[in-house]
Design a protein. Sequence first.
Length: 474
Amino acid sequence: GTDSHTPHAGGLGAFASGVGGADAVDVMVGLPWEVLHPNFIGVHLTGELQGWAAPKDVILSLLGKLTCSGGTNRVFEYFGPGADTISCTGKATICNMGAEFGATTSTFPYDEHMAAFMRTCSREDAADLADKYAHLLRADDEVLANPENYFDQIIELDLSTLEPHLVGPHSPDRASTVTNMAKYVEEGNHPANVTYALVGSCTNSSYEDMGRIAAMAQQIADKGAKLKIPMLLTPGSEQVRATIERDGQLEKLEAIGATLLANACGPCIGQWNREGIEEGFLNSIVTSYNRNFPKRNDGNSGTSGFIASPETCLAYAMTGSFTTNPFTEEYKAADGTTFTLIPPGKVDEVPPGKLILDEEGFLAPIENNTSVTVQIAPDSERLALLTPFDSWDGNDYKDLRLLLKAKGKCTTDHISPAGPWLRFRGHLDNISGNMFSGAINAFTGKPGDAKNQLTGASQAYNEIARAYTKAGEN
């Protein structure tokens, strides 16, 4: 799939890999998908998550150890008795963020948690079929007995000793435990004031996720307390939103001050019109998303984004600060007494009454689409039909001028930032205006522009590239 987080489907035992748009086009026109033969990494899970630890903390702790490049050209398979203790959607969260350390994909063996998820989605036929062939969807006994003979590397992780983690800012591999967070922020000179908590998006918006933070919300409401800072909820699907409304989780969260946003990527990819701050305002936010690059969430260069589990995000929404541990902090109740938060424990992984499958608003594809004409206004800034590229003359490009020499981290977010640029996704020429706009120029140490070697002027990269093309130097 052409989404970096396609490996999310590893939570259902799939081999699902994220690819670039050009790779997908190759497959669509009948060409093979080319990929380097990856190494096979086994993550052996033992124990069971305790206290405030959540499935998100599995991948956050691994990111801290492996860094953003530690999974490159590697397939990760999680196995062992600990894997059997994690829900299907918890597994999906772990696989989702394998993209952050560069994994080709991540996956789990099939188990009863996956069957339960398919049944709650009214996919009983798929669950029955998977149950029938479950022995083929798990590692063989020989692999489990002697994993060192089948994996290129084995990583041991005892879930029972895992602590809640945060990663950030500006990179998902800068990890700290909640216990050490105050020291981490002070030593790194990061903003200690937490101004927003954001929960949801594809990574952490399951029924179980919402159930756990709703249980926390009930504790807070029972004491007559409220959140100290705003918390925004972005369900990953209309199914989840409708179901948590039906089953009461949404009401509990809104009662303590949470705000429901649309079912979308939302602030995770910059779809957030954050009001009330000026550019450069120094602050931190905590999210349960998967990426935290500079300016990604709210467009503000002064915002430091930290990624955590939904439970950790809600806890920090009670303190509004990294200077204290939100899990041991004493909060004031309405009657003047104090209380501390208690881990929510086990909640329903899937809804007792199944997920609500409401197709309102769904438009089925037209059966005969050969007569369909796509009409686009000539002056549209959002949409433009693609025109064929000029045919290649068979000669390689030579003696080209240097457009950019980047230094430091140069991810897809630096190459083509999202946020306000998303409205141009259907207009190739306009969205090209953000090209390399987040990359750090190795000669100036700053992002956004470089020297036009034809004029000597400092310009945005897309402007320089257009100038070179116009001058015949492409």
